[in-house]
Design a binder for this molecule. Sequence first.
Ligand code: FAD
Length: 106
Amino acid sequence: PLDKDEIGTATWGFLHSMASYYPKTPTNKQSEDMAKFFHIFAQFYPCEPCALDFQADLKKHPPRTESQDALAKWLCERHNTVNVKLGKPVFDCSKVHERWRDGWLD
Ligand code: FAD
């Protein structure tokens, strides 16, 4: 089985990539479905304490699904909430597209 950190890193990679490929101008249906996706995801994420905290965080900060940029920034902030909880460095969310969509521009 994958351990908590392996699942976490793989899942963040998937979630940030999904946000990066989300439409820039989604339809209402896409926007509603993406919000539902995160609520269902939070119920079944395979680490119980992680899932419970993520559910609580989603209640405070519902998914921002109105555009690719809004979703990518929202997810970056959610990941930072977990980073702070675990004592990891906070990621600069102005660089989220560079990290997960465009590649580092250096
Ligand atoms: P990760 O946090 O896995 O990050 C992977 C890469 O993402 C980093 O190398 C960096 O390049 C990039 N990155 C970092 N921060 C951001 C950001 N804010 N935005 C965009 N990109 C970023 N673990 C626990 O022990 N307890 C928990 O309660 C917990 N809850 C979790 C909840 C969710 C929804 C998920 C997906 C994971 C959770 N984890 C939890 C796992 C934890 O977040 C990490 O994945 C794990 O600790 C491994 O960390 P890492 O240092 O490899 O980097």
